[in-house]
Design a protein around this ligand. Structure first.
Ligand SMILES: NC(=O)c1ccc[n+]([C@@H]2O[C@H](COP(=O)([O-])OP(=O)(O)OC[C@H]3O[C@@H](n4cnc5c(N)ncnc54)[C@H](OP(=O)(O)O)[C@@H]3O)[C@@H](O)[C@H]2O)c1
Length: 282
């Protein structure tokens, strides 16, 4: 029997995850209504069949896979539930444990099962680069859709929201520390000592100059999407009784970098620092 997977949406990650499905009885479909030309191009490039709008997607799908910007995750779940989805809903977005629990409750009200997901690594094209962590009663069944392919699907022992919690902890360090590094370099620039800081880093912390350059490039390209992710991490820390302020500040760093998303070339550290120090000019 065929398992139809409804994908929301074929973004950079979603299209690659769709291509990583290895179960020969599975097919992936999506709904192009309301989506951008970029997303349509990616979907047709990945050979993902377009069924029309969200109502058609709900009707066609046994499994719904949500891979969209974190700030849209809860709204997407509401819309899918409102259309009467009763299959297995997998949310693989970077959301807090509380948001994951709330999405679980939303889709359960509509009669669907829920699997909590979290992706670590870039779009999976070859084995060993990317993990899809899964938690919930159907986690093993969802993991089987990707068996022996480029995406390593890992069913966690903890129930919902173990996968989201793991993703928050992981990204809290990677993207949080990148935002801190950029802020620190911008502080040195504001005080006229950036060259001196880079020289000191070369002597005592030799990886930091390169890491801050890379943080500028990735923050320029994806910072707009990381604002929501940092807010979710701050909320996760708050809910655990820990200070969430680190990641509230990281969200502000990425908010200031957001206007750089449309740049045609890579964001340099100099340009990122300019955007951080003078947000009113961007
Ligand atoms: N890219 C990575 O390296 C990476 C790594 C780990 C985890 N992830 C996770 O993957 C998720 C998506 O990331 P991405 O890189 O694929 O982002 P992306 O390339 O920006 O794609 C986002 C997709 O979601 C669609 N979308 C936006 N708002 C929507 C809404 N309200 N309803 C339905 N669809 C909507 C977009 O369509 P339009 O084009 O029409 O806006 C686009 O197709 C995020 O939760 C992220 O945390 C990504």
């Amino acid at each position: 029997m065929t398992t139809t997977i409804g994908l929301i949406a074929p973004g950079e990650m979603g299209a690659a995850v769709a291509a990583a499905v290895t179960d020969p009885r599975a097919r992936v479909v999506w709904a192009s209504h309301g989506r951008s030309d970029d997303t349509r191009r990616r979907a047709s490039g990945a050979g993902i069949e377009d069924v029309g709008d969200l109502a058609d997607l709900v009707t066609a799908s046994d499994v719904m896979l949500s891979i969209c910007p974190p700030h849209a995750a809860a709204e997407v779940a509401e819309e899918v539930a409102a259309h009467g989805f009763r299959g297995c809903y997998v949310d693989a977005n970077a959301v807090s444990p509380d948001t994951a629990r709330s999405i679980d409750a939303t889709v359960a009200r509509g009669g669907a099962a829920y699997v909590d997901g979290g992706i670590v690594g870039g779009p999976p094209r070859q084995p060993g680069t990317t993990r899809l962590y899964l938690a919930g009663d159907d986690a093993i069944g969802i993991a089987a859709l990707f068996a022996d392919g480029p995406l390593e699907a890992v069913a966690l022992d903890g129930g919902v929201p173990a996968a989201s919690a793991l993703k928050m902890a992981y990204a809290g360090w990677t993207k949080g520390s990148a935002a801190l590094l950029l802020s620190i370099r911008a502080l040195a620039a504001a005080e006229g000592v950036e060259a001196d800081l880079l020289a000191e880093w070369t002597r005592s912390l030799p990886d930091l100059a390169g890491r801050s350059d890379r943080a500028a490039t990735s923050g320029g390209r994806k910072g707009w999407r990381w604002v929501g992710e940092m807010d979710e991490i701050a909320a996760s820390l708050d809910a655990a009784g820990l200070p969430g302020g680190f990641h509230e500040a990281a969200a502000e760093v990425y908010r200031r970098l957001s206007p750089l998303r449309d740049a045609t070339d890579d964001t340099t550290a100099t340009r990122a620092i300019e955007a951080l120090l003078h947000p009113e000019e961007h």
